[in-house]
Ligand binder design. Structure first.
Ligand SMILES: N[C@@H](CCC(=O)N[C@@H](CS)C(=O)NCC(=O)O)C(=O)O
Length: 329
């Protein structure tokens, strides 16, 4: 593959310019461009923050300016051996939970061995906008910084930056498509806790965008648990109709599109399960009443909510995604 350039139409009164990247054979150390996301014109510069050889692949961290979030964001990219040899690979997005940055999953889960074996590119974003100035954003572990909840906030002051749903489902997908050797249309998503909720709603709200979906200990019915109620009241306001649009259990009950399988994983000794923050039973009951949704539910005796639990089962999840993403259509 060589260099290519794209001229994009003018959006929002700004003139566009050709952007050019070197695809595949020289994966980007630094690339520049402009992409349009609906009404937003985003200058796209990826800066390589770090890279380390890992299981014959590379674990990288990139930083870029997000036009959606109006701040700089950092995300992880694992490139398996095939991607380093210019071969297109499916891509799997991982969304982390409360208090996490991009670093927790990279450093604690051990996913790289499995992604390397199955030749999956894995991309994991941060959990909220960063470096923005919003009063109170650092006051609690479950709201504001590190707790974006993968929704698009409606209420000020959060609505200027806290649009993690659009960031994950649109801008990050476009950035990945433009810069990494991905197989078109072979895209999966998974996540943990708040990120499990994120993975489920991103898939359920966008049938066909992801071909595989799984979740570790997801916040499966956020409108009915303290974490979700606090976040949704703060980001969305008091209207229950607004909350339902971001609740996986509600979305499952309403889902009428192409059949979707959801792989839900849950530690039986998870204290947040006992504390009624996760409520997977509500999502499973909603799925039981909907022929368009199939579920795989695995309950893991003795496992808690931690990354020790994720590390134990992440290989099973990656094998699940790989089987779906490499299946011949
Ligand atoms: N700090 C919170 C819990 C936050 C928490 O458990 N976060 C999970 C996701 S919901 C996590 O992955 N934490 C980061 C880590 O374990 O590395 C508490 O003490 O109640």
């Amino acid at each position: 593959m060589g260099r290519y350039s794209v001229r994009l139409p003018s959006v929002s009164g700004r003139s566009s310019f050709a952007y050019s990247i070197t695809a595949f054979s020289n994966l980007p150390k630094r690339v520049n461009g402009v992409l349009s996301f609906g009404h937003i014109m985003t200058e796209m510069t990826l800066e390589l923050v770090s890279t380390a050889k890992c299981y014959e692949g590379e674990q990288r961290v990139y930083r870029h300016h997000s036009g959606t979030l109006d701040c700089d964001m950092t995300f992880g990219v694992f490139l398996p051996p095939a991607a380093l040899e210019d071969k297109p690979c499916p891509v799997l997005f991982f969304l982390s939970g409360l208090t996490c940055s991009h670093e927790n999953f990279i450093q604690k889960s051990g996913f790289q061995a499995h992604a390397a074996r199955h030749n999956l590119i894995v991309v994991n974003p941060d959990t909220s906008p960063r470096g923005v100035e919003i009063a109170g954003q650092d006051d609690a572990y479950d709201f504001g910084s590190g707790a974006g909840f993968y929704v698009d906030a409606k209420l000020e002051p959060w609505s200027k930056h806290y649009k993690m749903y659009s960031y994950v489902t649109q801008e990050l997908v476009d950035v990945v498509n433009a810069n990494l050797p991905v197989v078109p249309g072979k895209r999966g998503i998974f996540g943990h806790s708040m990120g499990g909720h994120g993975a489920l709603i991103c898939a359920l709200k966008n049938p066909g965008l992801y071909q595989s979906v799984s979740a570790f200990a997801p916040i499966a019915n956020p409108t009915q648990c303290p974490w979700g109620q606090k976040a949704f009241a703060g980001y969305l306001g008091p209207n229950p109709d607004d909350w339902a649009l971001w609740d996986a259990t509600h979305l499952v009950s309403q889902y009428e599109s192409t059949p979707q399988e959801l792989f839900i994983d849950q530690g039986a000794a998870d204290n947040f399960l006992a504390g009624k923050q996760l409520l997977p039973e509500n999502l499973l009951a909603a799925a039981d009443g909907n022929d368009h949704i199939q579920t795989i539910f695995k309950k893991r005796e003795g496992y808690d909510h931690s990354y020790f639990y994720i590390a134990t089962f992440v290989g099973e999840h990656i094998a699940y995604h790989a089987a779906l993403l490499t299946a011949v259509a």
